[in-house]
Design a protein around this ligand. Sequence first.
Ligand code: T1G
Length: 694
Amino acid sequence: MPMETVRLSQRGAVAIATIDNPPVNALSAALRAALVETVQAIAADPKVEALVIAAAGRAFIAGADISEFGKPPVEPLLPEVLNLIEACPKPVVAAIQGVALGGGLEVALACHARLAAPAAKLGLPEIKLGIIPGAGGTQRLPRLIGAAKAFPMMLTGEPISAEKGAALGLVELVSGDLIEAAVAKAQELAAQGVPARTSEWTDKLTDADREAFEALAKDATAKSGDMPNAMALIEAVRGAFTLPFPEGLAAERALFVRLLADERSKALRYAFFAEREATHVPGIDAGVKPRPLAQAAVIGAGTMGGGIAMCFANAGIPVTLIETTQELIDKGHARVRDTYGFSVKRGSMSEAARDERMALITPAVGLAAAGNADIVVEAAFEEMGVKRQIFGELDKVMKPGAILATNTSYLDVATIAAATARPQDVVGLHFFSPANVMKLLEIVRPTGTAGDVVATALALGRKLGKVPVVVGNCFGFVGNRMLAQRTRAAERLLIAGALPHEVDAAVTGFGFKMGPFAMSDLAGGDIGWRTRKSLGTKAAVADALCEAGRFGQKTGKGYYLYPEGARTGQRDPEVEALIERISAEKGVTRRSFTSDEIVARLMDPMVNEGAGILEEGIAARPGDIDTVWLNGYNWPAWRGGPMHWADTVGLDVIVKRLEAQAAESGDATLQPAPLLRRLAAEGKGFADLKARAA
Ligand code: T1G
């Protein structure tokens, strides 16, 4: 039996089992077996009166080993391990020093007492993986703290602090030596005889608690849409009131197993690993040391630059925010203060925290003010001439070894880098708007960028709380390059016969928060218009709307009408007539489209572009593309990203549909990419691809 994952030591009559299963002490089969062996040995050892379960590293236990999901289960299963802990004739005390998540918290719940250090975090995040707690969490947590407090923890999946856990009665907070306190607690319990089990506690499950829980459940039912796991969670927690403990456990397990097989949970688990894999960049080994970043500068105090400066300040990194004139910097600086002000007003930030962050942001005029920074992020106009001029200047003022980053969203980063004598220190850091909110950070890496600069950008991304993805240097990188395909497809659909509200409804039906036309109206149609003009491309409907001054919400009309500042658009017969006229001019006989057809026509060209991106090595793996779309473009999480979605549809189906679209439109760019054709012909999916070496 493997015992390496648990180390045993002893203090007096108390045994200490220290879990050591790096990186995060996930409950792998080996660890489960070791826990069983440990508890059995303790129960039988006359020299031991009690057991403390502690852990090495930063996590107590991060939960079940997610990589085992979907594989045949290996005994002992977690519920059995926990029943054994709970039934141990000697007290078992959990000493929680770090995160106790999912199965990790469930281990602690099965113990007879729980002590936590101030840094501990406690949570049942299963809902985020499309499942529910599967090892007694829905039964033991309500028994311990009441369902009205337990249910919100499971419904949001957000971990709580040890302090909050103590206030809820979930743990005892220990500010001194955790192990010492746990040993003392174990001795105290041992002196009292056989300990009480959480499963036997029913005094918290009162009528009032049930009533409060049912009210929360009703609210959750109204808000949870069609996600099956919120409904399952309600059913499982209700079982704590209606079923004896063993039956409640069995009911929870049955729901858990059913959800585990659901495609939506598979997609969420896939996304979890894809996001983490994205931080392991082929060609940059883990030993490459990031450069130290103690001081930052941001060029441009517009919405984007201000948001980026906030990201630095939020992470505790001092940042100089730079504009060309006093007037502009005053305006930009005030905008940042106002944005923090909204959080203060909403109650999500204290005034003291706002003042602390504002104190980290120093406004300045002129590029020379960036000279003391270890990293500068340029967020000026999206125009090559402007960017090259700024980088030429920065090259003169920045200290050696400083990182020069551009926030361009589609320009060639190598051309920008060539304006300096240090292209190896230049990288793209593509933040998404609003920069202080959106998680995605595309790290654009032209071939000349040094490995440690990319490693520094990755480390910075994580420090800023972003989801970083390293991408190659091409027009639009990964996200915007694929988005451009969807935008073109949406325009084609209008001309072929669909109306804006039909396209938008199909896209929101697919799971996006907003359709492409509502999105264009929100962002402002003039942005795309300017880009098309600079590229010399055309889009008949979009151009006609812009020529008529219809830029979207800010002009009161775009694809839709926005009377008196309304934020949801109304259909506009004028626009629909315009679209029909353009179809007629092009000699197109309009036809109607089902939602499924619309989705296919919009998403298939994106997937095709994604295949091209993989072939060119712009993204290292399909999972990187999916991570971009999930975190930067609101792709519905439970659909796992465009490449994962394509695999669920079947690449052969996508190839056929693209061929049909190419034939109908006469647009050769819609022909399936060679990689897509090859995978489809081999009966494979994107998931079968191995990461490309850089
Ligand atoms: N299983 C397997 N691997 C995991 C893992 C897990 N639960 N958690 C993390 N890893 C890997 C991760 O892939 C990465 O690997 C490395 O650990 C570091 O992670 C029965 C059903 C714990 C807060 O959902 O939230 O219990 O990339 O980069 O930022 O009811 O990981 O290095 O190869 O994220 O310090 C519930 C998921 C499971 C927790 C650490 N638990 N993990 O964050 O490091 S379901 C979760 C996290 C369950 C029971 C059920 C975070 C973290 P690699 P990292 P981090």
